[in-house]
Write a protein that binds this ligand. Structure first.
Ligand code: GCW
Length: 717
């Protein structure tokens, strides 16, 4: 009998261990709060004895719960919640609640922390050593708590804390391209998180987890619905649902915004025009916005895609983007709401060069927008390609705050089957020098307002979330959500720093594992560029769904074909955007324009973006352009294989479920990389008529084979 019981307990222990250590499906994101490893654990135990949050608001209640949960997890023991400070207390609260504990230094520094910033400081009070987390606002305290926990999760020394942090941009929002039927445009992680049908009655606990995840990154807003907006979003039925989400998000500092269709006054308002200069139309919007605020008193504002890809807009009535945006801005202004007006325009006439269109349309409108309007600009002038030069609008509209739009969902970067860490791509854009006001006028300075002293600033990320158990489809997609939030708060962080924190918070592993995952992540974006669109190639993905290669896509609207972008023929390949071509280079400021236009100075990674060159053009390496194209495609595949090997070596070092998930996806990625390489090399070879260099494995399928592949139900389309 005794023996059976023993065996039973041993089995039970094994089962529990298996489930707790080896079955992490990724739902907990970077917020699992695993026990800290020795030796830091010992220090933390000495330094943290108890906690106290001075709370009088739902936000501070959230902060208290989070701090408690975090400390218990990380310290691996109970934590007492005290009402008087003790030696080793972690004390959090806003400045008025903590007033008596603040020293002169904190009192003067807190002014610089602004509305959402915070201070984390080791101080001595009444002879006791404590850690203070304080801010001007409650949400600042919450951000401070998350940051403090992150310090512990990443094993930082907390002996002498002296941190002051505040966000570099004001509006830090996710853009969900989620439709009301729960499909997600360019979504690869299942269906929309918003269960519209069951809202507002049924409140999925996941909504709270979503808000918490965003708050942990400092994301303070979310646009719930697709920019290709359904006018029903503004009907009472859906406003009530949106309001239910807003109520859940509020304590987390997360404001709700909506995308609207410009023709809404006609679609749902019974008017026969949406002309922004018509009084009736203006009145309709004023009433509608008033109604929105009656549902959501702290509503953030509107996001609009107008006169782009078939969406209606002010140009339908011969009005400008500014006239359209200002009408909405006037309706929102009394409530403090803002308009985010997108510059991704794509009109009904095929332009000589689509890369120039946004600047052609928007630059002349500078200083015409109301104070509560931001123009939202994609990072590059075409469309979220694996690599684009920065958008020439940055710096070109000094009188208008320009907001950055990054894409987190990997529409053009392997969707949810490819491991691609996007921080290097975001940073490449943010760090680019526009030269708008001489050297040092980086895109980041345009976006954070410091270049022109704009107070209203913002950064948007097209979300990669869905109702997949792990939120983002690919586990590493989580790192891109994380990255977006971190960079929106502080664009000065490096890709390395962000990767390192995310890895530690996700895999809680030793430094060797961290180093090896970090290497995989940091190389992944360049790897993808190599097997998809090396040397400045772009927009050669499959038609419609953008899944896989489609360099052969022709027919239909020219600027929706690959041929339009690569312009390959017997003579050569690439889009001539120099003054002898479309002169898109002329949209950049002086030294940049010349750098791109001049073959001597154009960085090779943008070569075919700006130049049409013969196949035998001599590259810096001494090899021909054709050879270099091949080398890049083959390198891309090789790097994916290296990633597989490096990942394989982690087998016994990380959670087995996470390991297998990524391992399987890496093998899908390897096949897709080969598919990309073979398709592109074989296709371009029909023009170059040159051989694949010696020593490279020959494609095992014909071009015809690849051209015939179809994917009828590819997601996100
Ligand atoms: O990247 C393209 C996508 C469209 C998207 C559009 C946009 C929401 O292919 O699906 O529409 O950009 O940004 O408006």
């Amino acid at each position: 009998m005794m023996k059976t019981i023993k065996i039973y307990f041993v089995l039970l222990a094994i089962i529990i261990a298996a489930f707790s250590v080896n079955a992490d499906d990724g739902y907990g994101l970077w917020l699992n709060y695993q026990k800290a490893p020795e030796p830091v654990l010992k220090n933390y135990h000495q330094q943290i004895k108890s906690m106290m949050v001075l709370k009088n608001s739902p936000t501070l209640k959230v902060a208290e719960n989070e701090l408690f949960k975090g400390l218990v997890g990380i310290l691996g023991r109970q934590v007492s919640v005290v009402s008087e400070i003790e030696e080793g207390s972690v004390v959090a609260g806003n400045i008025s609640a903590l007033n008596s504990l603040l020293n002169e230094k904190i009192k003067s520094e807190i002014k610089d922390a602004g509305e959402e910033g915070y201070i984390i400081s080791s101080v001595e009070s009444e002879g006791k050593n404590i850690i203070l987390i304080t801010a001007n606002s409650d949400v600042g305290v919450l951000y401070g708590v998350f940051n403090f926990l992150q310090l512990l999760q990443t094993g930082k020394d907390i002996g002498k804390l002296d941190i002051i942090s505040s966000p570099k941009v004001k509006i830090r929002v996710l853009n969900h391209w989620d439709n009301l039927d729960r499909t997600v445009e360019r979504g690869y992680a299942g269906f929309s998180l918003w269960d519209w049908h069951r809202l507002p009655g049924y409140l999925d606990p996941r909504y709270t987890d979503y808000a918490r995840a965003n708050a942990s990154l400092g994301i303070n807003g979310t646009v719930l619905n697709n920019v290709n907006a359904n006018p029903a979003m503004l009907t009472p039925q859906f406003l009530e649902k949106a309001a239910a989400l807003a109520d859940i998000f509020r304590p987390y500092g997360l404001k709700v915004y909506l995308s609207v269709k410009f023709s809404s006054p006609v679609d749902i308002g019974g008017l026969n025009t949406a002309d922004p200069l018509e009084i009736d139309v203006q009145e309709w919007w004023k009433k509608k916005i008033e109604e929105v605020y009656s549902y959501i008193p702290d509503f953030g504002g509107l996001l609009i895609k107008a006169n782009s890809e078939g969406q209606p807009g002010p140009q339908n009535y011969d009005r400008t983007h500014a006239e359209g945006a200002n009408m909405l801005a006037d309706a929102l202004a009394p409530f403090g709401g803002i308009v985010m007006w997108r510059a991704f325009v794509y009109d009904n006439n095929v332009p000589d060069d689509r890369a120039k269109q946004a600047q052609n349309e928007f630059k002349p409108l500078d200083v015409q927008f109301r104070d509560n309007v931001l123009v939202q600009v994609k990072n590059g002038p075409i469309d979220f390609q694996p690599r684009e030069p920065f958008h020439p609008l940055f710096g070109a509209m000094p009188g208008t705050p320009l907001m950055m739009e990054f894409q987190i969902t990997q529409e053009y970067l392997g969707q949810a089957t490819n491991l691609v860490y996007l921080a290097p791509m975001y940073k490449e854009c943010l760090d680019s020098d526009t030269y708008a006001k001489g050297e040092g006028s980086t895109v980041a300075k345009v976006v954070d307002g410091s270049l022109e002293n704009h107070k209203l600033t913002g950064m948007a990320g097209v979300a990669n979330t869905g109702n997949d158990r792990n939120w983002t489809g690919h586990l590493f997609g989580q790192s891109n959500w994380f990255t977006f939030g971190k960079l929106a708060w502080n664009h000065e962080l490096t890709s390395e720093e962000i990767a390192e924190d995310w890895i530690k918070m996700t895999f809680y592993s030793d430094s060797e594992v961290v180093a090896s995952i970090k290497k995989i992540m940091l190389e992944s974006r360049e790897t993808t560029v190599n097997y998809m669109t090396p040397l400045g190639l772009h927009h050669i993905m499959g038609r419609g769904h953008h899944y896989g290669p489609g360099p052969w896509v022709t027919g239909g609207r020219p600027d929706w074909t690959s041929l339009y972008y690569h312009k390959a023929d017997k003579e050569g390949i690439g889009f001539d955007r120099t003054p002898s071509g479309s002169n898109a280079t002329g949209q950049y400021f002086k030294p940049v324009a010349d750098m791109f236009a001049n073959l001597e100075t154009c960085p090779e990674e943008y070569l075919l973006w700006f130049h049409h060159l013969p196949w035998d053009y001599k590259m810096k390496s001494g090899k021909t352009l054709w050879e270099e194209i091949c080398i890049h495609y083959y390198d891309g595949v090789k790097s994916v294989r290296n990633m597989q090997v490096a990942w394989g070596a982690l087998q016994d070092k990380i959670d087995s479920e996470k390991f297998k998930h990524v391992q399987m996806l890496l093998s899908v990625q390897e096949k897709e990389a080969v598919w990309w390489r073979n398709s592109c090399v074989l296709y371009f070879q029909t023009f170059s008529e040159m051989p694949i260099p010696n020593g490279f494995e020959k494609p095992d399928q014909t071009l015809e084979y690849y051209r015939k592949l179809t994917f009828r139900f590819a997601p996100g389309n």
